[in-house]
Design a binder for this molecule. Structure first.
Ligand code: FES
Length: 342
């Protein structure tokens, strides 16, 4: 397959584009976040300026360029592919504030019961309405009436039409009860977002430590898939604490990343040694998070050069924070997100 190299200015980011693939699709596939909207040549949001090389149209577009845009060499990244290696001026999104809030009517395409307490919900957006988001952000899922919940997107921003969410079956939780017992494939779910600033700093080259509690693993699935798309080279260590043995519902999938990511290490942790259905007391969970923190500092006695991301209820994650800061972690390199249950 013929591939061409694209260099973006001013970011100096580079990526390959395949024959017949739009420059936009290639950028998204490789984990870059660019401005776009319709993906089909109508809105003009993906306008960029060709600086060097040749592009050719790969799909129809309706957007009408102004005379000024024509004179400046504007192109649509969703409708053009590269005929030679090219240099293009196109701004990349730098932070969560660059991404607009979107409301999208999605369709349930799969309800994957990965164990008896966890469902991975797969939603599909309409063809011309990808969800733009950064790895780690969350959206509001609206299934009607009181069945509304903020959930982290678990899938990669590079696959923005097919979205995944991890749903835990908490007793007495009306939203989870609906997903487990009533929701069907082809049902509509309205999503709104993205929200939040808990995102992977993919410009940092520092070693990364991720500490997840239960379904707090969801944003880390997104971040790790994004890290694979970007081919990040620094060490990444994932500590995943669950209540009970057998609770690492994506353990085998995570182990497959060991091959895809250089320097990736996976450390599964369990709070309770016994298999039991009912949850642990809050005290036992806090003790387990403290123990996870102690394991991190045993493995990495000097945290001054690391970035650490934590996701779990903040009533629990604080148990590990002081220990990490006492071992040299810089406050501004600690990123904490609470698992959203409301
Ligand atoms: S994204 Fe709308 S024209 Fe390219």
């Amino acid at each position: 397959m013929t591939t061409r190299r694209v260099r973006l200015l001013p970011s100096e980011k580079e990526f390959d584009v395949h024959e017949h693939e739009s420059v936009l699709d290639a950028a998204l596939r490789t984990g870059l976040s660019l401005s776009y909207n319709c993906s089909n040549g109508s809105c003009g949001e993906c306008r960029a300026i060709l600086i060097e090389g040749e592009l050719k149209r790969c799909s129809h577009y309706d957007y009408v360029f102004s005379e000024a845009e024509k004179n400046q060499g504007h192109v649509l990244l969703c409708s053009f592919t590269a005929q030679t290696d090219v240099t293009i001026e196109a701004a990349t999104n730098q932070g969560a504030e660059d991404i607009p809030i979107q409301q999208i009517r999605t369709t349930v395409c799969k309800i994957d019961r990965v164990d008896k307490r966890t469902i991975i919900l797969h939603l599909k957006t309409p063809r011309s309405q990808n969800l733009r988001f950064f790895a780690g952000q969350h959206v509001t899922l609206n299934m009607g009436e009181t069945r509304i919940r903020n959930k982290s997107v678990a899938s990669c921003p590079c696959n923005a039409r097919f979205l995944q969410f991890h749903i835990h079956n908490n007793p007495g939780d009306e939203f989870a009860n609906y997903v487990f017992n009533k929701l069907k494939t082809s049902d509509e779910v309205i999503i709104e977002g993205p929200w939040g600033v808990f995102t992977l700093d993919d410009d940092s080259t520092r070693p990364i430590i991720l500490l997840a509690y239960e379904t707090g693993f969801a944003p880390f699935q997104s971040m790790l898939e994004h890290a694979i798309a970007l081919e990040l080279g620094q060490p990444i260590h994932l500590y995943w604490l669950v209540d009970n043995p057998g609770g690492h519902y994506l353990g085998n999938y995570i182990r497959s990343w060991v091959d895809a990511l250089d320097n990736f290490r996976y450390i599964p942790l369990t709070a309770n040694k016994k298999l039991e259905d009912e949850g642990l007391t809050k005290e036992k969970r806090i003790a387990a998070l403290s123990k996870a923190g102690r394991q991190i500092v045993e493995d990495h006695p000097d945290l001054s050069g690391h970035d650490i991301y934590m996701c779990g209820p903040n009533t629990l994650t604080h148990a590990a924070v002081k220990l990490l800061l006492d071992h040299g972690l810089q406050k501004d390199r600690l990123f904490v997100d609470a698992v959203r249950r409301f």
